[in-house]
Design a protein around this ligand. Sequence first.
Ligand SMILES: Nc1ncnc2c1ncn2[C@@H]1O[C@H](COP(=O)(O)OP(=O)(O)OP(=O)(O)O)[C@@H](O)[C@H]1O
Ligand SMILES: [Mg+2]
Length: 324
Amino acid sequence: MSLIEIKDLKVHYPIRSGFWNRITDSVRAVDGVSFNIEAGETYGLVGESGSGKSTTGKSVVGLEKVTSGSIMYKGLDITKAENRRKLDYNHDVQMIFQDSLSSLNPRKRIEDIIAEPLRNFEHLSKDDEKLRVLQLLNIVGLDADALYKYPHQFSGGQRQRIGVARAVATNPKLIIADEPVSALDLSVQAQVLNFMKKIQREFGISYLFISHDLGVVRHMCNNIAIMNRGRLVEIGTRDDIYNHPLHIYTKRLLAAIPETDVNSREAHRASRLAVEQVYQDQQSKYYDENGAAYPLVQVTPTHAVALPQTIAQQLASQEGEVQA
Ligand SMILES: Nc1ncnc2c1ncn2[C@@H]1O[C@H](COP(=O)(O)OP(=O)(O)OP(=O)(O)O)[C@@H](O)[C@H]1O
Ligand SMILES: [Mg+2]
């Protein structure tokens, strides 16, 4: 059994308009998403801005009211509040938010911010609590004098590390990391990612790692789902996604990874333009008449793509993949 099993998750937001403010339509932020996260793994959820990644993440921590579908944890559906209470779910699953400045209370000192989940769930003595907060600061590479400072006194990278410390405080089973390093420059990104990996090794935590950048996810994730307009268009292992991408949207995200080698920049630019041309020309092959992604079909035991079965098989055989 997987740690978390997400099945046909839908989150639709109502759109109200007109004089009576009636519900006239809905934004299908998440529209039938299914995937599983195994214990101890880092699962990547990747897509462009607005594709529904944060909404999916917030649903998994129980912060979003879902329209339909289920999220199973220890045999219970945690989309229902009573099951979350029964399982002590908020202790086991934590979130690192996309925007570190607004997710850390500006009026609270770091000591209180990191201690908050401990105060909610583990009733430690004052001394033990302080010791624990100091340990957590140490794990993410911050000094003890951080205790008495406020969030605005830190850099973006330091604040993101404070977010990591707070998320791991209760020793959770799963952390939803929503674009944990997107706002940081490259050297600081590597630092925060290394802390996250170290913590994973030490505590056996699973991550749902959300990003718009396939370049960042590459070094973190064993399995990856590609999200596009509320749906998953491709699921696979790291090798499936990076070496045998099948959906044009995945290819487009891969082509958008910046090329750092100056010598191959021109070739990279040419291949990016070629992918963009295919994307423009072949939309009708990859999306149905309403512009929505098709249901996923399995092409190998690990690899699935949102295409009609025949086209999926054809592309997979061109890629050298065969149905097992
Ligand atoms: N509370 C809300 N009410 C109405 N629409 C919403 C709400 N929250 C999100 N949306 C819409 O749902 C869609 C998905 O939003 P979401 O924040 O999940 O995207 P995202 O993939 O995390 O994007 P980003 O990379 O920019 O963070 C967007 O079109 C957004 O405008
Ligand atoms: Mg987001």
